[in-house]
Write a protein that binds this ligand. Structure first.
Ligand code: FES
Length: 188
């Protein structure tokens, strides 16, 4: 290899290296986004009996799980709260699905900055005490100038039959989500 070829080879190598270095932040960003979207370890738990819920009357329940603080694991701590909203059935409807009770579950963590969402005095609207973001019982934002960037974060929720008690349990999958974003992203 003569001197000219050697210089060409070295400059090509340097160009490739600098292109790779410039691309690293972009690659890291894409990988971080993919990583963030991976299925999280949700805490699946039965939190209430269906018979204890009244249609249109939200009820807040605690979720118990283990919490890790550095090297210490605290089992059986309250790790979050969830709002449950039983929906009215429609006995006049011909559709079988309309006659079945359903329950919606929302984390009580405000999607704005993470304060705990409560109920207003009427019990018909959710409200965050920190910046007064308001939400309807289906979790959607209401009102002008709402600080919340998105609706309340809904959780997976299903009814599980308890034959012994002749009742149904409400089972939820509790997860946490990033705050301040317009879309719902699971926390790693
Ligand atoms: S933290 Fe809920 S509105 Fe700001």
């Amino acid at each position: 290899m003569n001197r000219r070829d050697l210089l060409k080879w070295v400059s090509g190598l340097l160009g490739t290296a600098s292109a790779l270095l410039m691309g690293v932040p972009g690659i890291a960003y894409v990988l971080a986004d993919v990583f963030r979207r991976r299925p999280s370890q949700a805490t699946v738990q039965r939190v209430a009996r269906l018979s204890d819920l009244k249609p249109g009357r939200p009820v807040q329940v605690g979720v118990v799980g283990s919490r890790r603080d550095a090297w210490t694991v605290y089992p059986d701590e309250v790790i979050g709260h969830v709002w449950l909203v039983r929906r009215d059935t429609d006995p006049a409807s011909d559709a079988a699905a309309d006659k079945q009770p359903t329950v919606a579950a929302f984390t009580s963590v405000c999607p704005h900055l993470g304060c705990t969402i409560g109920l207003d005095a009427t019990g018909r609207r959710f409200v965050c005490p920190c910046h007064r973001a308001e939400f309807a019982l289906d979790g959607q934002r209401v009102g002008n100038g709402n600080h919340a960037p998105r609706a309340m974060d809904g959780l997976e929720c299903r009814l599980v039959r308890d034959d012994d008690a002749d009742d149904w349990w409400v089972e939820i999958a509790y997860e946490k989500f990033e705050r301040g974003l317009t879309r719902k992203v699971r926390r790693a």
